[in-house]
Design a protein around this ligand. Structure first.
Ligand code: 6CS
Length: 283
C-alpha cells in the first residue's frame, strides 16, 4: 500500500470518528432550522378529543397539539398546522415526510418505539368501552368479547385497541375498524356493534357530546395496560426530539405542562411518574 493510500484511509477514518463523537450532525440541526425558517411544524392528528381536535375553521387544539405548539414556539417555530391521519397511517406518513411530528396520543409501544423517536411522556390513559345500557353482555375486557361468538367490537384502524383485541383472541372478523369516534358512537347506538373502544377520556368526550342516556362507559378495560404517548419524530431527527424534550422538561418542572393538559382531563403526574425508557420496554 502506498503512503498516499494509507494517509487517505487514515484521514477518512479520523473524520468518521470525529463525526461520531461531536453529537448531532449539521444535518440533524438542519431540521429545526428548516422549521424555524418555515415558521410552521406540521402535526399528525386523529381529531379525537380531548387528545386532538380540528375545528371546522381549521383551528388545531387538544392536549397534544396545545403542548406541542407551545414547545415549538419556544424553539422558534411560530405555529403548528394539522394533518389528519388514521393512527395506523401516522408512522408511515411521518417517514414519508407528510408531517414533522406525530402529536396525537400515539401511545408508546415497543414496536412503535423502534420505528420513531419518541419524546418523553405527555398524555397517559387506558382503554374503555362505549356500550348501550340495554346491552346485557356486561363486557369488562377484550377477552370477554372474544369469548362471546356473537360480539363485535369497533376500534380505530392501526390503534392499540385493535392490536390488543386480536392479541387476546377476538377473531379478526369481530374486530371492526371504524374511521372515527362519531361513526363508532352511531354504530353502538344502532346496535350494529356491541362496543366501541377508545381511551377513557375519548369515550367520556363522546358520551358527553352525544347526550344519549342509553349510552354508558365500561372503564377501565381489565386487560388493557395504562399507556402514555409522546410526540413522535422521525428516526434521524433525534436532535429535534432532544430539543423538544428540553422544553417539555422545563414545562413539567414549572407547572406549565400541567396547566395545559389537566383542563383536558389528563394527569401531569402520571406522565411525570414514568419515562420513554420504561414505556418502550413495556409489553
Ligand atoms: O395510540 C393509539 O393507538 C390510540 N391512541 C389514542 C389516543 N386513541 C386511539 C388509538 O388507538
Amino acid at each position: 500500500m502506498s503512503m498516499r493510500t494509507f494517509l487517505t484511509i487514515a484521514a477518512a477514518g479520523a473524520l468518521f470518528a470525529i463525526t461520531l463523537s461531536v453529537g448531532p450532525s449539521a444535518a440533524d440541526e438542519a431540521k429545526l432550522q428548516r422549521l424555524q425558517a418555515e415558521g410552521i411544524a406540521r402535526l399528525a392528528i386523529a381529531n379525537e378529543p380531548p387528545y386532538t381536535a380540528l375545528s371546522e375553521s381549521g383551528q388545531v387544539s387538544g392536549a397534544a397539539p396545545d403542548v406541542s405548539r407551545e414547545i415549538f414556539r419556544r424553539l422558534g417555530v411560530k405555529d403548528v398546522s394539522a394533518v389528519m391521519s388514521e393512527y395506523g397511517a401516522m408512522i408511515p406518513g411521518l417517514k414519508a415526510d407528510r408531517f414533522d411530528a406525530i402529536t396525537a396520543g400515539l401511545f408508546m409501544k415497543p414496536e412503535r418505539c423502534t420505528a420513531v423517536a419518541y419524546s418523553e411522556p405527555m398524555l397517559c390513559d387506558t382503554d374503555a368501552l362505549l356500550v348501550r345500557k340495554d346491552n346485557q353482555k356486561k363486557f369488562t375486557s377484550f377477552a370477554d368479547i372474544g369469548k362471546d361468538p356473537t360480539a363485535i367490537v369497533g376500534v380505530p384502524g392501526g390503534g392499540t385497541q385493535e392490536r390488543l383485541a386480536l392479541k387476546v383472541g377476538v377473531p379478526r372478523d369481530r374486530v371492526l375498524v371504524i374511521p372515527d369516534g362519531q361513526s363508532g358512537l352511531k354504530m353502538v347506538q344502532d346496535g350494529r356493534i356491541d362496543a366501541y373502544s377508545l381511551p377513557i377520556l375519548s369515550i367520556n368526550d363522546l358520551i358527553r357530546k352525544a347526550n344519549d342516556p342509553e349510552l354508558e362507559i365500561v372503564a377501565p378495560v381489565l386487560d388493557a395496560p395504562v399507556y402514555c404517548d409522546g410526540a413522535a419524530f422521525n428516526k434521524g431527527d433525534e436532535a429535534l426530539r432532544d430539543a423538544f424534550d428540553v422544553e417539555l422538561a422545563k414545562m413539567k418542572e414549572s407547572g406549565e405542562f400541567a396547566k395545559i393538559i389537566e383542563p383536558y382531563g389528563f394527569s401531569a403526574s402520571a406522565a411525570m411518574s414514568t419515562s420513554r425508557e420504561k414505556l418502550c420496554a413495556a409489553n
